[in-house]
Write a protein that binds this ligand. Structure first.
Ligand SMILES: C[S@@+](CC[C@H](N)C(=O)[O-])C[C@H]1O[C@@H](n2cnc3c(N)ncnc32)[C@H](O)[C@@H]1O
Length: 433
């Protein structure tokens, strides 16, 4: 079972030549007995790997040694690469990785029979990530702060992270100290770090309520490390409770400042946000009546306000309240579950432009209603090309043409790719492409 001459030193060890990179970012070797997926490899690599259990798609393997490097292999910039589950692609030259991401988008669209023009991928840089979720664990005297290992619950303790904005990276060591002061033995918590315009916002998720001593340790941590706000909640659905606030975390969108609620969505990199907003604003053109669906705190609604009146719809009560507080006369905001109650055809009448930016599951129901509408232009922002392609098919079947797709590498060194797609209603509602 080898793509070249087999030479194994143990029954489950094998030499392979990687010929492609698969959809999850692993190198793929095509062998007589199917595909073998070897993480952290690039095309042209000759590797020694240990085979796992064969599955439906192929056989996963563990990389043991790179015996000869492929043409576009580079030295990974981060010492934790390979162990830490945060990154998959640091070993690959950036331009190759971006081309691969574009090809993933093209292939995903083709699977739905869509042959749309896909632009080159908008790149982001190391040190730009302004939002991250870390795991923190205290086990006897050992404290771990980092991302989970690949396919495992183990936490890889990281001293530094090349992805994070330096302001967030500088908190790793203080967080480790806080963990040993505040957490009980064998306790594990998640922490969301968000870098806002007015400082860092931290949200801890832990199963039990902080004691008075823990609360004061957190408050002291905020003061010592100039953290704008610290909150905690029982789980991702729980109501956040404030532990310390030195500044109100806020972000400016389209020149308007919004007070961010704890744990609220924010595009993970400013470069990616700027690229997405530029595409959406350009697609809106001279539209006067605009809908922003899945609006969050107004990333798109507020820049669009400069030329149009906007009605924003969003499921999270906290995001709706924040956006309402920031809104001027031309912005109206409505809390609505768009999965259960998508906007219907009659509610889409007299609308010039719609932007929608749903979660990973996409917007199946809303896309069906949009497909039946006469809205002239739709910008669909997506963090999941698979659900985007499904919904794009629905829109195209409803008479839209997918005229432009811009992939955005918001999550550098991961296999994820985000995108914005622009749809135009074809004249006479004819089927698009
Ligand atoms: C990918 S975020 C985009 C937010 C915003 N457009 C931005 O760029 O900051 C998706 C948003 O959809 C909201 N959401 C998730 N499920 C929803 C639903 N069923 N109905 C309405 N909004 C929902 C989330 O609260 C979140 O704000």
């Amino acid at each position: 079972m080898n793509s070249s001459s087999p030479r194994t030193s143990a029954p489950d060890e094998i030499e392979l030549v990687i010929d492609a990179v698969g959809g999850h970012g692993d190198g793929v070797a095509t062998t007589d007995q199917g595909k073998v997926f070897v993480p952290f490899t690039v095309p042209g690599d000759r590797v020694r790997a240990r085979l796992g259990m064969k599955g439906k798609e192929g056989t996963p393997a563990v990389l043991l040694e790179v015996m000869a490097a492929g043409a576009h292999r580079i030295a990974p910039p981060c010492a934790h690469f390979g162990a830490c589950g945060g990154c998959d692609l640091q070993q690959w030259h950036a331009a190759e990785a971006l081309d691969w991401k574009r090809a993933q988008v093209v292939a995903t669209l083709r699977q739905r029979g869509l042959d749309a023009p896909v632009e080159p991928v908008v790149a982001t840089l190391p040190g730009e990530r302004r939002r991250a979720r870390l795991s923190v664990r205290r086990d006897a005297e050992v404290v771990e702060v980092g991302f989970r290992a690949r396919g495992s619950h183990a936490i890889i303790d990281v001293a530094s992270c090349a992805l994070l904005d330096p302001a967030l990276g500088a908190l790793l060591a203080p967080l480790r100290k806080l963990t040993s002061d505040v957490l009980q033995r064998r306790e594990e918590v998640a922490v969301e770090l968000t870098l806002t315009d007015s400082g860092i916002d931290l949200l801890f998720e832990r199963s039990h309520e902080p004691t008075p001593a823990q609360r004061s340790a957190w408050a002291k941590f905020a003061t010592t490390n100039r953290v704008a706000r610290i909150s905690w909640r029982a789980d991702s659905e729980g109501e956040p409770e404030l532990l310390a606030k030195l500044q109100q975390p806020a972000m400016t969108f389209g020149g308007i400042s919004v007070e961010l609620p704890p744990g609220t969505f924010l595009q993970a990199s400013a470069t990616a946000e700027a690229a997405l907003v530029a595409e959406v604003v350009a697609a809106a053109g001279k539209a006067r009546r605009v809908l922003d669906l899945y609006s969050g705190c107004g990333t798109f609604a507020l820049p669009l306000l400069q030329r149009a009146s906007v009605h924003a719809l969003e499921g999270s009560a906290a995001a709706v309240a924040a956006l309402k507080k920031a809104a001027g006369a031309r912005l109206t905001v409505e809390q609505r579950d768009l999965e259960r109650r998508p906007l219907q055809k009659d509610e889409l009448k007299k609308v010039d432009f719609v932007v929608l930016d749903p979660p990973r599951a996409g917007a199946r129901a809303q896309s069906e209603a949009l497909a039946a509408s006469a809205v002239p232009v739709i910008a669909y922002v997506s963090c999941n090309p698979a659900t985007f392609a499904r919904d794009a098919r629905t829109l195209v079947d409803g008479g839209y043409a997918l005229s432009r797709v811009v992939p955005v590498d918001q999550f550098l060194w991961s296999a994820h790719v985000e995108l914005v797609g622009i749809f135009q209603k074809s004249p006479n509602g004819r089927r698009g492409r």
